[in-house]
Design a protein. Sequence first.
Length: 188
Amino acid sequence: MAYYNDSKITYQQLVMEQIQKIQNICSKELRDGDKILKNAMGEQVIEGEDTRYSFLQSVELLGSMLSPYFGTMMKSEDGKDDLFEDFCEYYDAELVELIDNEDFQKKISEMFGVKSKEELENNKSLQTQINVFLLNDKIKEARKIFRLLIKVFKSNNFLGESAFGDGGSDDTGSLDAVEDEEEDILEL
């Protein structure tokens, strides 16, 4: 038996749900969710959510949802690069692809003392360390993009000025406006 819901979901609600998901992820420590249980018989790995990757994926999805509203807000200072597009390319990049990138080679050379591409390719322990660094660097970039996306969200007035504390002459009036908007959303 199928159930049908007559209420329509708005684009604004979808964006708000995605922001809520990101907030839920960020309320926990961003880490690998796997747990290793050791006993006399050996080790058992219990797989859990890796919130680091969940955060990256959620920010990418929010950016994709807000991309029609970017305008010039996601452009670099010189106006040549699209910051969200750059983030997506970096997010998708694996260590194997970045090894040939001169900027990345310079960065890992300074941090890890890697002198050649061959040294990195032959040292699995070093690759593991650099992969952890790469993941943490991607998270750092995702945080920057998330802040920019919230600015896009605010500048396009998705919730109305009162929701961001910009409207009204006193705080009580702006709270009433937020409550009215929440009631309107619930009625949809």
